[in-house]
Design a protein around this ligand. Structure first.
Ligand SMILES: C[S@@+](CC[C@H](N)C(=O)[O-])C[C@H]1O[C@@H](n2cnc3c(N)ncnc32)[C@H](O)[C@@H]1O
Length: 262
């Protein structure tokens, strides 16, 4: 067998820290469209808890879902195998995304969270490409990061060909400035949060929109966020305005609008 692609990194994880991205994945149309979705938790970490939670959330949407936890550290895989079930699988591997032989080989969703954060930026593109090549036609790769307890999170959604959107999801209560997400940007963006770069301008404009709608905060933080998102959209940022998602503290913008490479 070939050596897994990637390196073992710190295994820090926490129960429930990935709830925001899990909610986003649960709402992806592909999860309902595919008969038996195969969803990979790539780099699940020192405990398999986030894989367990991912399955629990996705089974509510499609009971035929299978989750496969993939880890490059063999000992962590063993911890997963100890709690495996018919629909929760664990295997040793890396960005090549191996799937146990009893399952269809192509993957509906890959969630790679807090994994590339510990790599160098120039390793992002080859890792993306490897993972993208494992997706079904409508499949999605969700690659991002979050803080220790999952109150601040951001991720990039890619299909087999290109990055599609950049999403921020934050706890809105007591939020001073949304640019706090700067500490938790995906590796492809985090080093570009400097004046003159698109991601920097996006966060500056987002902060300004949040501040200028401060008055609405007396009604609810969600209303304030919605108004800020509307303002950004009116200013020309290509934002997806799905009210239901916005109310959750989420905001998605076309990746091309923040892409540092073009
Ligand atoms: C910080 S933990 C993240 C745990 C969990 N995903 C979370 O967000 O809470 C990162 C894990 O990714 C694993 N990892 C790093 N590179 C990997 C790769 N190429 N393939 C699979 N796992 C990888 C590490 O061994 C580590 O356990």
């Amino acid at each position: 067998m070939n050596k897994p692609l990637g390196v073992i990194t710190r295994g820090t994880t926490n129960p429930n820290r990935l709830r925001r991205v899990d909610r986003f994945i649960a709402a992806l149309p592909v999860l309902r469209q595919e008969k038996q979705p195969i969803v990979v938790d790539l780099g699940f970490g020192a405990s398999p808890i986030t894989a367990v939670e991912l399955l629990a959330r996705l089974e509510k949407v499609n009971p035929q879902t299978h989750v496969v936890g993939v880890e490059i550290d063999r000992e962590r895989v063993e911890r997963g195998l100890a709690i495996a079930t018919e629909s929760l699988h664990f295997t040793h591997g890396g960005f090549e995304v191996p799937i146990p032989p009893e399952l269809p080989n192509q993957v509906t969703v890959i969630r790679a969270f807090n994994v590339l954060r510990q790599y160098d930026e120039d390793q992002v593109l080859p890792a993306w490409q490897k993972m993208q090549s494992r997706l079904t036609v409508e499949g999605k790769l969700i690659e991002g990061t979050c803080d220790e307890i999952g109150r601040i999170s951001s991720w990039i959604t890619l299909d087999r060909v290109r990055p599609l959107t950049f999403t921020i999801s934050m706890r809105l209560a007591e939020l001073d400035s949304p640019s706090k997400v700067a500490e938790r940007l995906p590796k492809a963006l985090i080093h570009h949060n400097v004046p003159g770069e698109k991601i920097h301008q996006f966060l500056v404009d987002l902060d300004r929109a949040w501040q200028s709608n401060a008055g609405l905060g007396t009604f609810s933080a969600a209303q304030r966020w919605l108004a800020a998102c509307n303002q950004l959209k009116s200013a020309g940022w290509p934002i997806t305005l799905d009210r239901k998602r916005v109310r959750l503290g989420e905001l998605s913008v076309e990746y091309s609008a923040v892409d540092p490479t073009n």
